[in-house]
Design a protein around this ligand. Structure first.
Ligand code: ADP
Length: 159
């Protein structure tokens, strides 16, 4: 059983995240999409909302589980018997931080391997942060996020 964790804030989930999940599903028997519960990071959406968007969007995908985690990612990975952590790489700008995290995680826990997946080119410019900015300024987000998220963003930023 090859199990991978795909961790992140998913604040909110975007089509870029979904592209990475789709690729990961083909490589692993099971992918656990793990939403970080992080008090240090100010999120727009509550943990429950972020989990709900993922659950609704990924419902019916047999080998995808949705979970939340707190604390060290490698501890969660070991507890879940996962052998890999998936991260998305969009551009060189992602690389430095991801490289540092991957090597630090390896120091903390040698049994978990980091796997980097590149999304479709059209998603390389996409981030949760930029989608929130567009929504805040009254722009259209339908091309970037699933419909449940479009509606939630409209509600959040209703004027
Ligand atoms: P974090 O706060 O951990 O960076 P994110 O939800 O922003 O959480 O991202 C989770 C993972 O998904 C990260 O590895 C990030 O690089 C990746 N990711 C985010 N957006 C995209 C995208 N458009 N294409 C590919 N990977 C992405």
């Amino acid at each position: 059983m090859r199990r991978a964790i795909y961790p992140g804030s998913f604040d909110p989930v975007t089509n870029g995240h979904l592209d990475v999940i789709e690729r990961a599903r083909k490589l692993f028997d099971e992918v656990i999409v793990a939403v970080a519960h992080n008090d240090q990071k100010q999120a727009l959406f509550s943990l429950e909302d972020r989990l709900g968007f993922l659950r609704e969007t990924l419902a019916g995908q047999a080998n995808v589980q949705i979970a939340q985690f707190q604390g060290l990612l490698v501890d969660f990975a070991v507890a879940q018997k996962a052998t890999a952590v998936i991260r998305g790489l969009r551009a060189v700008s992602d690389f430095e931080f991801e490289f540092q995290m991957a090597l630090m995680n390896r120091k903390l826990e040698g049994s978990v391997e980091a796997i980097f997946l590149m999304p479709k080119e059209e998603y390389t410019y996409l981030s949760s942060r930029i989608v929130k900015e567009i929504a805040r300024l009254g722009g259209e987000t339908t091309k970037f996020v699933p419909s449940i998220v479009v509606r939630a963003l409209q509600k959040k930023f209703a004027r």
